[in-house]
Design a protein around this ligand. Sequence first.
Ligand SMILES: CC(C)(COP(=O)(O)OP(=O)(O)OC[C@H]1O[C@@H](n2cnc3c(N)ncnc32)[C@H](O)[C@@H]1OP(=O)(O)O)[C@@H](O)C(=O)NCCC(=O)NCCS
Length: 329
Amino acid sequence: MSSIVRAGIAGTGHSTPPRVVTNDDLAEIVDTSDEWITQRTGIRERRHVDEGTNCSTLCIEAARNAMEDAGLEPKDIDLIVVGSLTQDHLMPSTSVLVQHALGCEKAGAFDVLAACTGFLTALQTAEAFVAAGRAKNVLAIGGETLSRYLDMSDRTSCILFGDGAGAAVVRPLEDCNQGELLRHSIGADGSGYEFIHIPEGGSVHPHNHPEYDKSNHFIRVRGREVYRFAVTKMSELIRDAAAATESGEVDLVIPHQVNMRIIEGARERLDWPIEKFFVNIEKYGNTSAGSVPIALDEAARSGRLKKGDTVVLVAFGAGLTWGATTLRW
Ligand SMILES: CC(C)(COP(=O)(O)OP(=O)(O)OC[C@H]1O[C@@H](n2cnc3c(N)ncnc32)[C@H](O)[C@@H]1OP(=O)(O)O)[C@@H](O)C(=O)NCCC(=O)NCCS
């Protein structure tokens, strides 16, 4: 049996659409205000795609940036894993559109659906393929166009989400000497599947079903229930990840950008300084599977991540699903 290959993150990239939607813009559509949204969520603006830009468009650009950062060509890529819940089509997968557009001729491709945990699931899958020696260079991507599933008359959900994608190239550590992937955790509790979901449009109620309800083909969120779960789960995952490091110390947490109060609630439980948390929610809102990799790329490119830093990536979302990855930058 072959031995386990240690894997690292060789490069990162992201892509967000240019159109900015501010809280004031939303206040013209629903009964809300910049003050309410900022205080309750920390979000000041988010990006929405225009017609002609799709989930795959953002994933392709994020992947291109990550490959460039890693110094790799499309021909070098063995596998593409996309985490998304807003794939361009019900089938085939967004990953094959990425594969075709980038010209990754020898790459296999598939999607994973774990909602806001989508990127961490893709990243952990990528690491598993590299660790097993089944692939050398893997693109792990998380991307969404959730604006396409927003009910713009529902103020409890339409303010929360934005569009964007991020990507990472996973390689054997000996080839990249960076971002060593140290430890992963993943979990789910399907009893909470209705907390965050899109009720219509799947194979239970496809658009031609007699009971298909067009007015419910949107993302629905039971915010208060998710809030309670999220604060507890985020602090638990970070505490477990920290406890499993050699020193028990973490330099930076890159959390799912879900709600500033949820991040703050987890921080309080851990009694850690806010400087240990990377936050960009004010610019993008919750981009679901795009959230962690966009933040990772911004942290890397801005110099916030330093060589040797111990970093915890943490996310949770619809399912319910959750996951964490610890790495040494
Ligand atoms: C949605 C969320 C921001 C709501 O914040 P909250 O402090 O829990 O607010 P509540 O739901 O208790 O609502 C408080 C009041 O504000 C109102 N409200 C809700 N959205 C509002 C908005 N956009 N603008 C103004 N008022 C709003 C509610 O109707 C409620 O009014 P009431 O007291 O008269 O009934 C918060 O619960 C959250 O972020 N939850 C997690 C979201 C989620 O699931 N994201 C996806 C997970 S990955």
